[in-house]
Ligand binder design. Structure first.
Ligand SMILES: Cc1ncc(C[n+]2csc(CCOP(=O)(O)OP(=O)(O)O)c2C)c(N)n1
Ligand code: SF4
Length: 266
């Protein structure tokens, strides 16, 4: 009996990912970036690709994520991460670049870059963190800001007559022939975090199998930009973002579908 107890206490049930630095994150309480970092690091560890992975960071609150990932990183200029990742992959096909981009980055100044990377079907992985706002610069309207949503640049709520309508990135990019896998996930509860991790893993495996561009959009909370408490932010996301940005897979080529069916996929 004593032996069983000892064996049980030696079993590691939970550990930090090897690919994450053990340092405090600079993100605000309740921010989603830290959760997504962890999921990416867990998947990189699981696939055993840390020595070949390159994070192409962009501009926004996550710009300094090289402080947190132990694998290689590149700081790209605002919106240009897909071009940087494309260059890395073409020059060094053995490497596994992924971009990490906010909605202000990918869907505003970087719109042309992501559209053309998708049209070319570059063999890269894109993580698009949609918090419906420019977090870093003080909560201004992003292309993904909801109609009626308050931001520092739309104090009366986003008015489509003045500021247009939100851009639905997955829906738009899935009309292109180039991408292999496009999905929208979220992290508002543990079940959704698990689903997000599955999509992140499939996105990396798509690149590893040479199948083309995979993009995973993550609906993520920004309590500070939204002006709500961290716990309320998850409810706000469910109530306001989900109806406008339905979760699901928007494009899965036959080859990616076959990958999904391989035994052992998360
Ligand atoms: C060329 C250029 N224009 C504008 C800026 C200012 N800027 C910094 S971050 C940012 C938006 C970031 O928002 P998002 O990508 O949604 O990331 P978040 O901070 O919300 O994670 C902007 C406009 C910049 N750094 N460079
Ligand atoms: S401003 Fe928003 S996106 Fe930026 S760290 Fe704070 S909660 Fe996260």
């Amino acid at each position: 009996m004593a032996q069983t107890k000892a064996a049980k206490s030696d079993t590691i049930l939970f550990a930090a990912p090897q690919s994450l630095e053990d340092v405090p994150l600079h993100y605000c309480p309740g921010c989603g970036h830290g959760i997504v970092h962890r999921l990416i690091a867990e998947v990189v560890d699981k696939l055993g690709i840390a020595d070949r992975t390159v994070c192409v960071a962009s501009v926004g609150c996550s710009a300094i994520n090289y402080l947190y990932f132990k694998f290689d990183g590149l700081e790209s200029s605002h919106g240009r991460a897909p071009a940087s990742a494309s260059g890395i992959k073409r020059c060094r096909p053995d490497l596994i670049p992924f971009t990490y981009q906010g909605d202000g980055d990918l869907a505003a100044i970087g719109t042309a870059e992501i559209v053309h990377a998708c049209a070319r079907g570059e063999n890269i992985t894109v993580f698009f963190i949609n918090n419906a706002i420019y977090g870093m610069t003080g909560g201004q309207m992003a292309p993904t800001t909801l109609v009626g949503m308050h931001s520092t640049s739309t104090p009366g709520g986003r008015n489509p007559a003045l500021a247009g309508y939100p851009i639905k990135v997955c829906e738009m990019l899935s009309t292109l022939e180039g991408p292999a896998y496009i999905a929208r996930v979220s992290i508002y509860n543990p079940a959704q975090v698990r689903r997000a991790k599955q999509a992140i893993e499939l996105a990396f495996r798509t690149q590893l199998a040479g199948l083309g561009l995979a993009l995973v959009e993550v609906l993520s909370p920004c309590p500070v930009g939204w002006g709500v408490e961290p716990v309320q932010a998850m409810d706000w996301l469910v109530e306001h973002m989900l109806p406008q940005y339905p979760l699901g897979e928007y494009k899965v080529t036959e080859a990616v579908q076959a990958l999904k069916e391989v035994k052992g996929h998360a």
